[in-house]
Design a protein around this ligand. Sequence first.
Ligand code: HEM
Length: 492
Amino acid sequence: SFRQQIPKGLKRLSGPRGYPLIGNVLELGSNPHLTLTQMSQKYGDVMQIQIGTRPVLVLSGLDTIKQALVKQGEDFMGRPDLYSFHNVGDGQSLAFSTDSGEVWRARRKLAQNALKTFSVSPSPNSSSICLLEEHVSKEADYLVRKFLQLMEEKKRFDPYRYVVVSVANVICAMCFGKRYDHDDQELLSIVNVTDQFGDVAASGNTADFIPVLQYLPNSTMKKFIEFNKRFLRLLQDIVKEHYESFEKDNIRDITDSLIEQSQENKVEANANIQLPKEKIVNLVNDLFGAGFDTVTTALSWSLMYLVTYPDIQKKIQEELDQTIGRERRPRLSDRPMLPYTEAFILEMFRHSSFMPFTIPHCTTKDTVLNGYYIPKDLCVFVNQWQVNHDEKLWKEPSKFDPERFLHAGGTEVNKADGEKVLVFGLGKRKCIGETIARWEVFLFLTTLLQQLEFSISDGEKVDITPKYGLTMKHKRQPKVEGVGTTHVLKVT
Ligand code: HEM
C-alpha cells in the first residue's frame, strides 16, 4: 500500500475523498476560500485535501493557525516548490521561492531594514514625521485633484485606475526615488493588470498540482509568465540606472541602499552567509511587487464599502471634521484619535478578506499538529477568510459593521478584537509591510474623505462580490461620479 505509516498514537489526516488523478479539484470550484471553509466545518481545522495527485494540508481556526505558524513556526515556514512560482522574480523571489533557511532569513532582514529606513524612520530634513507620511500626503493630494478634474471633464470614471498609480508612486518613491504620471503607459501596462498575476499565484491553481496542465495551452498561465517578464524588465532598467549613478555618500532610496549592502556585504549577525550580489539588489522586486497591489486593493474595497454604506461614510467624515477639521491635512499622528475610522478599516480587512489565503507554506520537517501526524514537504494552505468569518469569533460575520470593533460608547477600538482579523499572515512568514500598509490605507483614506464624498447614482448598486485570486478584487466599476466636500464623488 502507498499509505504512509503513522507513528503510534498520532492521527492520520483526513478530508474529502478525491477522484483518481484530479483529487478534489472539482469540489474546490471557483471560490476555494468558500468551499474549503465549508469543508473545514466537516473535517476540522486540520484537514487534508488532494489537488491532482498532490496532498495539501488546509489550516483553519485562529488558534490552530497560531499554533502552526507561531508556536511551531519553524516547522511550517517553508514555501512549496510550485511551477508557477519559478516565474516570479526569475525564481529568486523572497516571498515565493523555496528558500526558507539562512539565505531567506538574511535576505528578509535586509529587506526589512531597507524598507524601514525609507518609510517609517524619522525624517531629519522634512516637515513630515517620516518619509512615508511625506510621500502618501503628496500622492493623496494629487489624487484628490485628479478626481476633481475627472469630475469636471467626465462626471464618471473608474477610480481603481487612478488609485493604483498613486499607491504605486508611494512605493516607487521609497524604492526608486521616482514617480510616474497617471497616464504613463509603461507603468499602467503593469499595475493595471495585476489580476494576471493574482489569478495564477492564488492558492489552489491547478496547473501547479497537475503537471500535465503546464504543457497544455493555457492563456492564464501565459499571461502570468508574460506579466512577470514585463515586471522584471521594468525593474531591471531602473536598477541599471541606479548602478550607473550610484554614489556611496548619497544613498537616495531603497535600491541604492541595497546596492550599498551588496558591495559592503555587511550582513550583520550572519557573517558566514554569503549572499550573491543579485540576491540582495533584487529584493527591491519583492518590495515593489508586494507594495502596490495589496494597498490598492485595500483602498479600492474601502471605496466600494463607502458608497454601499453612505451612513458609515458620513460617520467617518464627522469624526474627521471634529478631530482634524478642514484647515490642515490629516497626519499619521491623528490615527489614535480616530477610532471610528480605525474600526472601518479593520472591518474592511475582515469583511473583504481580500487575501483569502496567505502565500502557500510547506512543512520543513515531519511534525505533529493537534495530534495529527504531518509529514515534511507537505504543501499548506492557510485559510484567512475562514478565520475572519468564523461564527465562533464574530457575531453575524457576513454583516458589514465597523462598530463591532468599538468598545461600548464608541470612543475606543477594542484591540483584542482587532488582532483577531487575519490578513497579513502570522509568524516567521508574516508580511513585512504590515505597518506601512496600515499607515498608508489610513492616510490615503482620511485625506480623500476630508475633501471628497463618494456616492453612486440613486437606484444603482455596486457589485461587491469578490473574484477569487491571491488578492481578491471586486468588479471594476467603470463609471464613477463625484464632488468635493463641498463636492460629491459618484460611483455607479
Ligand atoms: C507577505 C498581506 C502589503 C511586503 C505577505 C503575506 C500576506 C501579506 C498575507 C503572506 C504571509 C504568509 O505567507 O504567511 C499583505 C496585505 C497588505 C500587504 C494584506 C496590504 C494591505 C505589503 C507591503 C509590502 C509587503 C506594503 C512591502 C512594501 C511583503 C513581503 C512578503 C509579504 C516581502 C513576503 C514575506 C516572506 O515570504 O518572508 N503579505 N501585505 N506587503 N508581504 Fe505583504
